[in-house]
Design a protein around this ligand. Structure first.
Ligand code: PLP
Length: 295
């Protein structure tokens, strides 16, 4: 029962009939060298990943995360992940980490080593940062141009929009730009003024009593937390919708949230320097629901 916890994984083909994967897992000392210098994930950011939360021993939304990993693999033309092996690897890790508190569990599939073993895969679990303050106080957000028009994913699939690739340098730069402007986080817009997503989160708005999120077209990720939020709302008979959302609609929304697996839901409390209406009671109730999930 320790953290950080690291597992190297020998990826098994998706169509393998193998049932027991324990011999494909190799526990590592997290501080020991584990990857080769020729790793294309580190040299080119050429790989895909997922981060899921483990709360009090319960891994959250395992199936949606594995489904998204497979979608990323398809977009990036990586070998299709073996669903059973990834389920087993997550279960193996969860059984070996503390059963109390919040843990961020990241799993990675890389194109592998240049002229060497390919693909490579690993899983790494760390204690989650303490997000209690930001969950309670919300985030100040700026909008930033992502530099692409709506429909870019269909026109230019080689940009790998919609895949959760390891190349997050742009996403991290957008968060630094937010900090430079006295804010905490970013909402990306298309060049033609449509809301996309945050650099590490999905965007959900409340507009006239209805909860709306940009349709997960090819250009943005289909957030697992946003899907849980919509389940929560549907169960209460509240209307939810996937559709295109303009920046004007964002500015006029009754409330808005950034939602993601480990930080969970945070209210937008300022947008481009102006105060923004927040519904903290809703945010608190939603986070209580999310933290109580047992799968
Ligand atoms: N969009 C991007 C670009 C992300 O990086 C993330 C999460 O890391 C999300 C959306 C939200 O996805 P999830 O709720 O599955 O964490």
């Amino acid at each position: 029962m320790r953290l950080p916890f690291t597992l190297l994984i020998d990826p098994v083909p998706a169509d393998s009939l193998q049932q027991d994967f324990d011999l494909t897992f190799h526990e590592m000392d997290s501080s020991a060298p584990a990857l080769r210098v020729g790793e294309l994930s580190t040299q080119r950011g050429d790989g895909i990943f997922e981060t899921l939360a483990v709360v009090n021993g319960y891994p959250q939304e395992v199936e949606p995360h594995i489904t998204r990993l497979r979608n990323s693999a398809r977009i990036c033309e990586l070998p299709m992940p073996n669903v059973q092996q990834w389920r087993a690897a997550i279960a193996y890790a969860v059984s070996r980490v503390p059963q109390r508190g919040e843990i961020a569990l990241r799993f990675v599939l890389s194109r592998g080593v240049e002229h060497g073993p390919a693909p490579t895969a690993w899983l790494h679990a760390v204690a989650a940062a303490d997000f209690s303050i930001v969950r309670a106080n919300g985030v100040r957000v700026i909008t930033l141009d992502r530099g692409y028009p709506r429909g870019v994913a269909e026109r230019a699939p080689w940009l790998l929009m919609g895949a959760k690739t390891l190349s997050y340098a742009v996403n991290m730069a957008a968060i630094r730009e937010a900090r430079r402007r006295g804010a905490d986080d970013t909402i990306f817009l298309t060049t033609d003024g449509f809301v996309m997503e945050g650099p590490t989160s999905s965007v959900v708005l409340r507009l006239g009593g209805e909860y709306v999120t940009p349709a997960p077209s090819g250009a943005i990720l289909h957030g697992t937390t946003q899907q849980s939020m919509f389940d929560y709302l549907r169960a209460q008979g509240v209307a939810v919708q996937y559709r295109d959302v303009t920046v004007e609609e964002l500015r006029q929304a009754d409330a808005a949230w950034l939602v993601s697996s480990v930080r969970l839901a945070v209210s937008v409390v300022a947008l481009d320097g102006d105060p923004f209406p927040a519904d903290q009671a809703f945010t608190d109730a939603l986070n209580a629901y999310l933290l109580a999930r047992t799968s």
